[in-house]
Design a protein around this ligand. Structure first.
Ligand code: ATP
Ligand code: MG
Length: 394
């Protein structure tokens, strides 16, 4: 017999109260629709804290959609299920054809039936017992263990059909992107900032990104690497507008006029000021950086104190309390690590001071800054900006 498979995406209910729930569900469905459009013809509908994704014709790539759905924030688990008609004969037949493949190397199982259609002939315990019997007859090596089974086979009798599945996979968790405003991610080519973007997107923040380059001190290849990283993050966050701004003239002016020890700090103040300006023009509610306390000279508590006042927006630094190892774990999880470690220069790595200030005093930083026309340089750099729209291949 030919089996029709669908995806069942579950979302947690705990945080869903009142009007929030509608926004959450609408946004989640919208994100799934956008991704589904890349994988052929699917029908997407929701009922009882589950989104059903059903292939409509042979263009539908269920495998690809399964991977894509597991990257959508707000979904806690994704299961694959076989569709049966709403009668015991069909449920038994589909169980025999579909379930044994999932149980080949297992020893124990149980069946959990759920019946949201109360008019269905059998109750949940009876369905569980019947289907348990069917499975034992075609997989005689198995034993039922109701307390600690290796596999739980689920039978759900719902409004239109019954669904049978053997195992769910962890979803991306978090909140649907777009339910928590928009943040401007300061995206470099390193390990930390893509992780920071991913983490905030997971809390429902839609992302724009700003990248600073310093051509010809930084290369075309370095820029491509950053866009590649944006594309990786976009698998989770959805499309990202990446704004690219040139810092070349600012850096040359800093080298010409200011004390070397302050280069990086001064540059970071320009970056924050430019990000603040762009964020306001693009209606972002916060800035996001990949800073981790004490990781480098410009990320000491005093250094952050010197760059933070350049914006009136909240600055989210989700990596601030993480060790490099922990950040790398997330970086690998999202598939960014191999790209991040490609050795290309960043504007922060050209003209780096030999003895950067690690405990800067704000007055001294400002005294250095006043050697240049800060606002004029910001305006000039801001005018160099251009936009690259990045979307994932999913
Ligand atoms: P990352 O791994 O994210 O590059 P890092 O450890 O190299 O971080 P820094 O170079 O000090 O740290 O940068 C700290 C943060 O400043 C980065 O996480 C990023 O948010 C931002 N940043 C640094 N360089 C750039 C850049 N060229 N364009 C945009 N943002 C940048
Ligand atoms: Mg960096």
């Amino acid at each position: 017999m030919s089996i029709q498979e669908i995806l069942l995406c579950k979302y947690g209910e705990i945080i869903l109260k009142g009007a929030n729930r509608r926004t959450f569900e609408d946004q989640l469905t919208k994100e799934l629709r956008i991704r589904a459009s890349r994988h052929g013809h699917f029908e997407i509908r929701r009922a009882q804290s589950t989104v059903f994704i059903e292939p409509k014709d042979e263009t539908a790539d269920l495998e690809g959609m399964f991977d894509a759905a597991r990257k959508v924030f707000g979904i806690v688990a994704v299961g694959r299920a076989a569709v049966a008609e709403k009668n015991m004969e069909s449920i038994e037949e589909v169980t025999r054809a579909y379930i044994p493949a999932f149980l080949r190397d297992k020893k124990t199982f149980k069946v959990e039936a759920k019946r949201s259609d109360k008019a269905f002939a059998l109750g949940s315990p009876e369905i569980s017992r019947e289907i348990g019997g069917v499975i034992l007859s075609c997989c005689p090596w198995l034993r039922v263990d109701v307390h600690n089974p290796e596999v739980t086979v689920r039978v759900e009798v719902r409004e239109h059909n019954a669904y049978i599945h053997a195992g769910q996979f962890k979803g991306a968790g978090g909140l649907p992107v777009g339910t928590n405003g928009k943040g401007l991610l300061l995206l470099s080519g390193g390990i930390d900032s893509p992780v920071a973007g991913y983490m905030m997107a997971k809390r429902g923040v839609r992302l724009d990104a700003i990248h600073f380059e310093s051509f010809p001190y930084t290369s075309e290849r370095a820029r491509e690497k950053v866009l590649e990283l944006a594309k990786i993050v976009a698998q989770y966050s959805g499309p990202i507008n990446v704004h690219i701004i040139s810092l070349t003239h600012i850096q040359e002016e800093l080298v010409r006029a200011c004390e070397e020890d302050y280069f990086t700090l001064l540059l970071r103040r320009y970056m924050m000021a430019l990000a603040d300006k762009l964020a306001k023009d693009e209606e972002c509610n916060a800035l996001i950086t990949g800073e981790s306390l004490g990781q480098v000279a410009s990320q000491t508590i005093q250094a952050i104190g010197v760059t933070d006042p350049m914006t009136s927006l909240p600055v989210f630094r989700p990596c601030i309390g993480m060790d490099k190892e922990e950040i790398i774990t997330v970086s690998r999880h999202i598939g960014a690590f191999e790209t991040s470690i490609q050795p290309y220069e960043d504007c922060c790595t050209v003209f780096t001071p030999r003895h950067p200030r690690t405990k800067p005093v704000l007055e001294k930083v400002i005294a250095q800054e006043e050697k240049l026309d800060f606002n004029a340089l910001v305006e000039e750099a801001y005018a160099t900006r251009y936009l690259v729209r990045v979307r994932a291949d999913y």
